[in-house]
Design a protein around this ligand. Structure first.
Ligand code: ADP
Ligand code: ZN
Ligand code: ZN
Length: 841
């Protein structure tokens, strides 16, 4: 028997699987999806079995044996192994990277030096030092130990150990270890029901009062109990209990337990709500596909507060009743306790939760619950899409337009594409929900929306819910022209109307949400005399001022320096910070409304574990009047007393040099406006802007998604951007600029050559004609310096491929990149390939 194995050797620039022999003793354990240790060169490395064969192309004499199997149950299913292959092709990444992304970090192997006793002890070593004997016994007893453990046990014995290694009595090898394993606790099992306890007690010696107590307790509470708990409750020693176990009267065994992040928390159970008319229609269409076991992708466009989550809950229920499993993805940022509560409240222990704030151990245990079939629903952020279910029936992606579904490090996958792929492989239903669907998804619903990037197939079916539950109105949105404010002499960051509205809510004791997108937006420090801007010495980006610490920080590399009182360049004292950060808004609020209670939520105030939750609970309990924050206050929150939403500066996103800036602006405004007036009290929204006429702002203020997409699609079509054309972004980085430029030119040349005659000259000039209708059209843009041209002392240059969806680009990219192989290997040149990039900055 032979296994085809993808090995974890990052330097290998191939996706090729290597053949290994499966030794007889491992035959029962090696399956597709198994994680194994295999010899590679002089080391043992981790690998995944992706195939089992009767024979191998490679001569038997050149094949090596699999050294060991790492898990009792393979951590990957067959389907996930196949998915890995697809990801490698689609995202032009290494297959091993794709497979590693599917398992919890705790399963990523760590390599360590390991010492064991030689199998055949060499002759000629007659006598030993006492210490040598003790070391050998220690190692023998344990069957092998890590070097660190041995040195800790015998400090200062380095020389002796080296001698034992030299004489061949000890052998050193590199061993792979999991960083974590299942948590086990010693558990006491009471005697069986037929045992006569009195008889046992009588046979104990008279002074064994403690042991009698233990037996009596177990007779009264005949359930398994943790050893430590028993010891605490009865104040007995471990020895007392073990004594009983040795007599065979009670059981004492290690039991696996799950580290449960929600332990001790009770979730009050909820029952399905009677659905509204719109909800019912949607529910029925989706249920029909579920019942038929038919793969289909639904795009659920439901305005904020239309009750999408209740629909999710009920279709999941339906899916479970078909005896199939469900995955729910939500953006990390909205995976709030409130959201978890809604799912745990409906499905109780059948739900596993995966998010990045879990420790490695907790995450591993949640994942194991899936493996062991203890749960049937998973709710989680992006990577939960890899939940190893085997009867997957439903995948829901809430807020499907969120760019955080795209991973920004390799594998640069988009969870929505992976979901659709898994849906197809499992005949499962996929529901994409949003109040502001992405243009990529929306364009799949129209006629001609059939070119889906996940391997063909029919387009998406559009479902829509246009009114809020109970006919609550969407909030009224006022656009405030900040240019007018300035003309009228108002230099404050608050317009007169927002100021007045805030005053009014404070008076009525209602609450407000204020949004300032982007952390510490543009709080750069500039000298007003000479124009000097302080910027990071390692990255080409200005430093951000953090008032609380009086530090200037780089948001890319973390570099920090003290605030300066005078200009380092010209010595002028007129140096000040510009722009508005959340901290400045907070300060201003305090000045304008003395006594106002503000909760500020941004990256700086939410780094601590649980802080997110703490702020939101305080706000919910009305311990604050205003919740001020970045994007993280825009989404998913549902507070009954919020009747006012203010957007301080709507233009901050609009002015980003990204073709999606209008879409992002529309989404953000719609989302944040959706926080107001969700319950009895009606809501009102103020959007402050310098470009009030822009269609993204106008459409958002009218809650008019359709007009927005129509205008935006037309713009994208004219400029040849997604969803009409696709993009691949290739970024090269190196410490030396001239070398980088040369390599980037070489890459661009190679791309153009590989693309052959399909390539046209890039149309850089404004109004230049970019092909829009020519199928198979392809252009190579660049090389140009990346928008952030240096990060962590590495310069960055990029090339972009713009192409029609039906063009085969992977071979073009591969052949071009292979020309740079030498530089990549030897010259520390790095390349990043991003297929369907979400963020162009
Ligand atoms: P969305 O996810 O579309 O923003 P939610 O699912 O959060 O909307 O629903 C908004 C509010 O309406 C929530 O408080 C929810 O409990 C309530 N709700 C949803 N569906 C119903 C229903 N059928 N009957 C009564 N209340 C509902
Ligand atoms: Zn200066
Ligand atoms: Zn930096």
């Amino acid at each position: 028997m032979y296994a085809r194995i993808i090995v974890d050797v990052p330097a290998k620039q191939t996706n090729r699987a290597y053949d290994y022999r499966v030794p007889d003793c491992l035959k029962e354990w090696v399956e597709i999806g198994s994680r194994v240790g295999v010899p590679f060169g002089s080391r043992i490395v981790q690998g995944f079995v992706v195939g089992i064969e009767e024979r191998s192309e490679v001569a038997d004499s050149r094949l090596k044996d699999i050294a060991h199997v790492l898990d009792w149950t393979p951590p990957l299913t067959r389907e996930l192994v196949e998915l890995g292959r697809w990801m490698a092709r689609k995202y032009l990444c290494h297959e091993i990277t794709a497979l590693q992304a599917m398992i919890p970090a705790a399963l990523k192997a760590r390599y360590e030096k390991w010492i064991r006793i030689a199998e055949d002890i060499p002759h000629g070593v007659e006598w030993k030092l006492e210490e040598e004997t003790r070391i050998l016994d220690f190692v023998r007893e344990r069957g092998g130990v890590a070097v660190e453990t041995l040195l800790k046990q015998f400090p200062g014995a380095g020389a002796v150990i080296r001698r034992l290694l030299g004489s061949g009595e000890l052998v050193e090898e590199r061993k792979m270890r999991n960083r974590l394993s299942a948590k086990k606790v010693l558990t006491v099992f009471p005697p069986g029901p037929d045992t006569d306890l009195r008889l046992l007690c009588d046979s104990l010696p008279g002074n064994a009062r403690r042991q009698r107590e233990v037996l009596q307790f177990l007779a009264d509470h005949p359930e398994p109990v943790r050893l430590t708990e028993l010891m605490n409750r009865l104040s007995v020693s471990a020895g007392t209990v073990k004594g009983l176990a040795e007599r065979g009267w009670i059981g004492l065994r290690e039991i696996e337990v799950f580290r449960d992040p929600y332990a001790g928390r009770t979730f009050s159970r909820t029952t399905p709500l009677p659905l509204t008319g719109e909800q019912r229609q949607v529910y029925e269409v989706i249920s029909e596909s579920l019942a038929a076991g038919r793969h289909e992708v639904f795009l659920l466009h439901g305005v904020t507060g239309s009750g999408k989550t209740e629909v999710y809950l009920q279709v999941i229920q339906r899916c479970l009743s078909e005896d199939r499993e469900a995955i729910v993805l939500v953006p990390e940022i909205s995976l709030t306790p409130q959201m978890v509560e809604r799912f745990k409240g409906r499905f109780g222990d059948q739900v596993a939760v995966l998010h990045s704030r879990l420790s490695d151990g907790e995450r591993y245990d949640e994942w194991r619950k899936i493996m062991l079939r203890k749960v049937r629903v998973v709710i989680g952020a992006r990577s939960a899409i890899f939940a190893p279910f085997t009867r997957l029936g439903l995948i829901i992606i809430d807020e499907e337009h969120e760019s955080s579904y795209k991973q920004d490090e390799s594998p640069k996958y988009h969870a929505r594409d992976v979901a659709i792929r898994r849906g197809r492989m499992n005949n499962a239903v996929v529901v994409l929900g949003s109040a502001t669907p992405s243009l990529e998804s929306y364009s799949q619903t129209g006629p001609g929306g059939t070119a889906d990037s996940c391997g063909g197939g029919a387009g998406f079916r559009l479902l829509s819910m246009q009114s809020r539950v109970h006919g609550r109105p969407l909030p009224e949105v006022h656009i405030v022209d900040m240019r007018e404010e300035l003309k009228e002499g108002n230099r404050s960051m608050f317009s007169r109307s927002l100021h007045k509205a805030l005053e009014d809510r404070l008076h009525k004791q209602e609450q407000a949400v204020l949004l300032l997108n982007r952390r510490g937006y543009a709080t750069f420090v500039m000298c007003r005399t000479c124009g000097y801007v302080s910027s990071c010495p390692h990255c080409d980006i200005s430093l951000t001022y953090h008032q609380s610490s009086h530090m200037m920080r780089c948001h890319y590399c973390g570099y920090a320096e003290r605030e300066v009182a005078e200009c380092p360049d010209c010595g002028s004292p007129h140096i000040r910070h510009f722009g508005t950060g959340t901290q400045r808004v907070e300060e201003e609020l305090g000045k304008l409304f003395p006594g106002i209670r503000v909760i500020r939520m941004d990256v700086d105030t939410t780094t601590e574990k649980g802080s997110h939750e703490k702020w939101l609970t305080q706000f919910r309990n009305r311990q604050a009047d205003v919740l001020l924050g970045t994007q993280m206050v825009a989404k998913g929150l549902d507070f009954p007393h919020v009747t006012l939403v203010g957007v301080i500066a709507a233009d901050t996103v609009l002015n980003l040099p990204d073709f999606r800036s209008a879409e992002k602006t529309f989404q953000l405004l719609t989302q944040v406006a959706g926080r107001a007036g969700r319950h009895e009290l009606p809501g009102e929204v103020f959007v402050q802007t310098y470009t009030p006429a822009h269609y993204s702002i106008q459409c958002a203020s009218r809650h008019d998604y359709r007009s927005f997409v129509q205008t935006e699609l037309e713009t994208r079509r004219q400029r040849g951007y997604p969803p009409f054309q696709k993009l691949v972004l290739l970024t090269l980085s190196h410490e030396e600029l001239p070398f980088l430029v040369k390599s980037a030119e070489k890459l661009a040349g190679a791309l153009r050559e590989a693309a052959g005659s399909a390539v046209r000259r890039p149309a850089f000039a404004a109004g230049g004609s970019i092909p829009g209708d020519d199928p198979g059209a392809l252009e190579i843009l660049g090389p140009v310096a990346s928008p952030i041209s240096r990060i962590k002392d590495r310069y960055r240059f990029q090339c972009m491929i713009k192409y029609r969806g039906d063009t085969e680009v992977s071979s073009i990219v591969q052949s071009a990149v292979s020309l740079l192989e030498d530089q990549l290997r030897k010259e520390k040149l790095q390349i990043s390939i991003d297929v369907d990039p979400q963020v162009l900055l």
